[in-house]
Design a protein around this ligand. Structure first.
Ligand code: 13P
Ligand code: SF4
Length: 300
């Protein structure tokens, strides 16, 4: 089927099945064209909780679709490719976290939304790239085990008086960013502002004018007087920024997330048509994980 025909058929199916399609910023541009909403992890979680549609098709990676199911358990949540998994989320298992908690019995736990439900269930509160500083302050304990992103934990340590206990997890895309490549881009585009995701290593974040998640990048690019930006996050974000912020230039400084790119229009169409790849979460785990996610949604 041709792209335009697929897009038309997906839109028809959405109506027929009372479904919405939620799309993360890193998805392929053609997936944007069938979206009801495109956003960052926090915005997508909020949309998933609020929707009245019967079915949610989640175009992102495993933990995002799982979070949508946790926040709206009565809905059917479908993921177009079950192999679209975030490697960083797999770096913090619930078993290892339980072990860490016994090593630090007085510590609270903040779980980045890039974790699986069983790990969230072991946590006090979840966070995203948009609210990790607030989440750390929300927990009353002075010591905080921050899972799973080491780089984000190191960054949050510079913003709080609490003692952050980092976890040795990392994003394969951001952790591979070379500060020399960012410096080169700065040299080539001297007027450009650097926006960097907090999943980047410390030596990359030092080069940034603004550190924020993907939703924050759209706000910053819209409100900044600058006309050019070096975008230190997954390369697909540049296309999203170009569509959202007209008349400004965006230069990518990071690679592609292969897992995010596993979603294709063909797979969206097939899972919507056949109702396949439904996300399921064990009820006991879901109840505890939901508590940590709901607490995050109440953060200011
Ligand atoms: P955002 O919440 O900033 O969109 O980040 C999600 C993610 O997976 C970053 O790698
Ligand atoms: Fe996971 Fe990194 Fe891909 Fe985000 S970009 S989904 S953190 S691997």
């Amino acid at each position: 089927m041709k792209t335009q025909e697929l897009i038309r058929k997906i839109k028809e199916l959405k109506k027929a099945k009372n479904a919405i399609i939620l799309v993360h910023n890193y998805q392929r541009p053609e997936i944007y064209d069938v979206a009801d909403f495109i956003g960052d992890s926090l915005e997508l979680a909020i949309r998933a909780k609020r929707t009245k549609a019967k079915v949610i098709v989640f175009c992102g990676v495993d933990f995002m679709a799982e979070s949508a199911k946790l926040l709206n358990p009565a809905k059917r949540v479908l993921i177009p490719d079950v192999e679209a998994k975030c490697p960083m989320a797999a770096m913090a298992t619930a078993g290892k976290l339980r072990q860490k908690k016994t090593e630090y019995p007085r510590a609270g736990v903040v779980a980045y939304i890039n974790t699986n439900a069983a790990t969230k269930a072991e946590s006090d509160v979840c966070c995203t790239s948009a609210n990790f500083k607030e989440a750390v302050e929300e927990v009353s304990a002075h010591e905080i085990i921050f899972v799973p992103d080491y780089n984000m934990a190191k960054y949050v340590q510079t913003k709080t008086r609490k003692k952050i206990i980092p976890w040795p997890g990392f994003c394969v895309v951001h952790d591979a960013v070379d500060p020399k490549a960012v410096k080169k881009l700065k040299w080539r585009h001297p007027k450009a502002k650097v926006m960097a995701h907090p999943e980047n290593p410390e030596d990359v974040l030092k080069l940034a004018d603004h550190v924020c998640g993907t939703g924050g990048m759209i706000k910053y690019a819209k409100t900044s007087k600058a006309k050019e930006f070096i975008v230190v996050t997954e390369e697909g974000m540049c296309e999203r920024l170009r569509r959202e912020v007209k008349g400004k230039k965006f230069y990518p400084a990071a690679g592609a997330c292969q897992n995010m790119k596993k979603t294709t229009l063909e797979k969206v169409y097939a899972c919507l048509r056949d109702g396949t790849n439904e996300v399921k979460v064990d009820a006991a785990i879901a109840e505890k994980a939901r508590r940590a996610l709901d607490r995050m949604l109440k953060l200011k």
